[in-house]
Structures are given as C-alpha cells and as structure tokens.
Design a protein around this ligand. Structure first.
Ligand code: C5P
Length: 404
C-alpha cells in the first residue's frame, strides 16, 4: 500500500470508532489517508481525532468556502487511488445508489472515477429491508465493492444479526484486493492450477496414443492468470508451444503423471482443467519396441485412466474453491456439458465444439459456452487469448466476491 492515497469517508454510525483504528492500519502500511466526516459521523467521532490520526485536517463541509477554495470536492474525488466508505450507513448507501450530492461525502462519491469500497454497518433490520437490498444490489451493479457486513452483536441494541461493520484488518485486506484489481491484478495473492495439452499414453518406448490437443487454450489461460497477478502452476502434457512467462511449469507425459503433478501442486484457490487427458492408456506398455511380426498386428488391452478433474472436484479436504472443467464435444455440446458438470462434481464447465470443421483443435480461435449451476452463457467466437482473459475475469470475480 506504500504510496497509495486513500480517501476514507466516515459515516454516522457507532462503528465510526473502528474507523479511527482503520486510519492507523492503513497508514502503518504506507498509505496516505485523507478523511471526510459526514455530519452524522461527527456525532460519533470528532474532526480533531480524525485529523490527528490522518496527519491532515478532516474534511466536513461541502459549502465551506475555505475547503472549496483550498482542496474542493472535485480534487478530493480525483486525488486518490481508492475511496473507502466505513461505516457505510443505510442512508449513505441509499444516497450513493440514488446519485445524491447534497453534502461533501455524497458529492465526492458521485464525482469520483476511482474504485469505491464500502463497509456497511447498520441494524440487521435496516440491512435486510427491501430498500437497502435494492440499493446495495444497485451499488454492486455499479462496480462498488463490498466488505461485510459481518454477523455480530449490535453495539446499540445488543441484537445479533448481519449488520456489524467488518473489522479494520478485513477492510485493509479488501482495500488491497481492490487496489490490486485496479492495477489489473485481480488475482494477486491467488494460487491457480491449470492443466493443459494432451497426454501421451505409451504403447512401447517409441509409440504412444495421443489426441490432437495443442495446449493453446490451456496455455492462454495460464498466461492470462499470470497477467492477472496469480501464482500459476501449469501442468502440461507434451505440446509444441513454449511455457508462458511468469508461470511455474510442470511437464508430464501420461494421465497418471498429470494426476500426480496436480496432487502435488495443491492446494490452490482455483483449478482449471483444460488438458485433453487420454481416457485410456495401454494396460501394460512394452518395455522394448514391439517388433513387426508375420503373425499380424498386435492387440492391446486398454486400462482406464484416472479422471483428474473428478478426483480434484470430489476432494473432501483441500478442494480448490473453484473447480473448472472443459468439455470438448463434437455434438450436442451444451447437453453433454450439463451432464459433465453433474457427473464430475465441478463448479463450471467451459464447453466447446471441437468438430474438425470448427478448426478449434490446434486453431487460434474458439467458441465456448460457460455452463454453471446458474445456467449457460454462450460467448461469441473469439481468439483463445480473449476466451482466456474473459474466463480469468470471471474467475477473479468469483474468488474475490464480496461477502453479503
Ligand atoms: O470426460 P471428458 O474427458 O470429456 O471431460 C473433460 C474434462 O475432464 C476436461 O476438463 C479434462 O481436463 C478433464 N479430464 C481429466 N482427466 C481425465 C479426463 C478428463 O481431468 N482422465
């Protein structure tokens, strides 16, 4: 957080006393903190204590000629990297959702183009009220990030329920995530495991069974995850493309080796299984090259390979929070994907049509459908790099999702 500028808007709630600690926590991490105290906020803490902790006077009044001449609401809105609203009262949330600007805090919140993080704090009844639900949903749709509220006892009434402001350190962590996201690093601090490419199942030391997977889509996902700031482990079968920069590559040949490498790479926050793992291997590969004989072609018994995706998705302990599988199909793509989602126990399936006429296998473009418990989204034809970036965006949103 060193060198980051944070504008903290302190609303009128008993939780405002925790915002004094928040100022200290932000400053000890190197952030410069400026504060706006609403009129109601001043009923709980004073501009003097806020100013003393910030090392700069607290701003309170939209119509104070001195402030407007000196800094002004537009400069307050602009000269910051992040705006935090803590406590965000039901009233402040309603004003933000409605675009009001009749005091300094709401005017700055309306005027800013910078990311906004709110830490709601209110009585559980107020939090549950339809009006607050609507306003919060509106703010989330507008791109505002939420932290909390938590379940706890209310200071005023002793009532328990959802409405207690998140603790200062939780708000600091959320602020770090938002700042990382604003810097294009929404997966900073997250560990992402990706499988890619085909597997080679040996017949003898020279020959193998394989498929046409190029690894382009899986590698593009690994590259996009690294770009998004994740710590990426890419477990790849044999491919003819280079390892993307900034990832930890693990090279394997067979499905069994892939499962072993994946198990070793866990835990992870999310795992994306883009590899085209061979369903079967040769039950007993020959130790030596099999010779051509006059008695005709040899026959081989096949043995089923472990299903890596299903194994990880069904882990009782250490399951990544988000497990994503791929479904490469040549017909009834979406129906097969829906069945696969259930059978494999994963959270999402990225389904694509790999019929030869699509040119997807080995090609640079892909048309995919994202199948989740919520439904099916069909994405337009785009480059594998763009598919990867969109998927990583979605994964970042899922992993960073606010606790409501
Ligand atoms: O069952 P099918 O191979 O179509 O499922 C595809 C998905 O399952 C992909 O995400 C693939 O990486 C994964 N898979 C796996 N291990 C296998 C077979 C498939 O991880 N043995």
């Amino acid at each position: 957080m060193t060198g980051k500028r944070i504008l903290l808007v302190i609303g009128g709630g008993i939780a405002a006393y925790k915002s004094l600690d928040l100022i200290r926590r932000l400053r000890e991490r190197g952030a410069a903190v400026r504060c706006i105290l609403t009129k109601a906020g001043q009923e709980f803490i004073t501009p003097l204590s806020v100013g003393a902790l910030c090392g700069e006077r607290a701003f309170t009044n939209l119509f104070d000629p001195q402030s407007e001449f000196d800094v002004g609401h537009i400069r307050l809105a602009r000269d910051t990297d992040l705006v935090i609203v803590a406590p965000a009262t039901a009233d402040l949330i309603a004003k933000m959702a409605g675009g009001h600007a009749d005091d300094l805090a709401s005017a700055v919140l309306l005027a800013t183009a910078k990311p906004i993080l709110i830490a709601p704090a209110m009585n559980p009844m107020m939090w549950q009220k339809a009006a607050t639900r609507r306003n919060v949903a509106q703010l989330v749709a507008d791109g505002v990030t939420l932290i909390g509220p938590n379940v706890g006892e209310m200071a005023e009434s002793g009532e328990a329920g959802l409405g207690r402001m998140a603790e200062p350190l939780e708000i600091v962590d959320a602020a770090l995530r938002v700042l990382a996201g604003a810097a294009g690093k929404p997966l900073a601090g997250k560990r992402i495991l990706i499988t890619s490419g085909p597997t080679h199942e040996p017949i003898d030391p020279i020959r193998y069974i394989a498929n046409r997977s190029s690894g382009k889509q899986g590698h593009a996902i690994a590259a996009a995850a690294a770009e998004a700031g994740a710590d990426v482990i890419l477990v790849s079968g044999p491919v003819n493309i280079p390892d993307p920069g900034g990832v930890t590559p693990v090279h394997v040949n067979t499905a069994r080796e892939m499962l072993e490498a994946v198990s070793k790479a866990l835990p992870a926050d999310a795992a994306i299984f883009a590899a085209a793992v061979a369903d079967w291997g040769i039950a007993s590969p020959n130790a030596q090259k099999i010779k051509k004989t006059k008695t005709g072609a040899p026959s081989f018994a096949l043995s089923e390979n472990p299903d890596i995706l299903a194994t990880v998705a069904k882990l009782k302990t250490g399951r990544p929070r988000l497990v994503v599988g791929f479904a490469a199909e040549t017909e009834t793509v979406i129906d097969h994907a829906k069945t696969k989602l259930k059978n494999k126990g994963c959270d999402w399936i990225v389904a694509n049509d790999v019929s030869p006429q699509t040119g997807v296998m080995g090609g640079d473009r892909n048309t995919v459908h994202l199948v989740t418990a919520e439904g099916v989204e069909s994405w337009p034809l785009q480059s594998k790099t763009d598919v990867a970036r969109h998927l990583i965006d979605r994964i970042a949103t899922a992993l960073n999702g606010s606790s409501q």
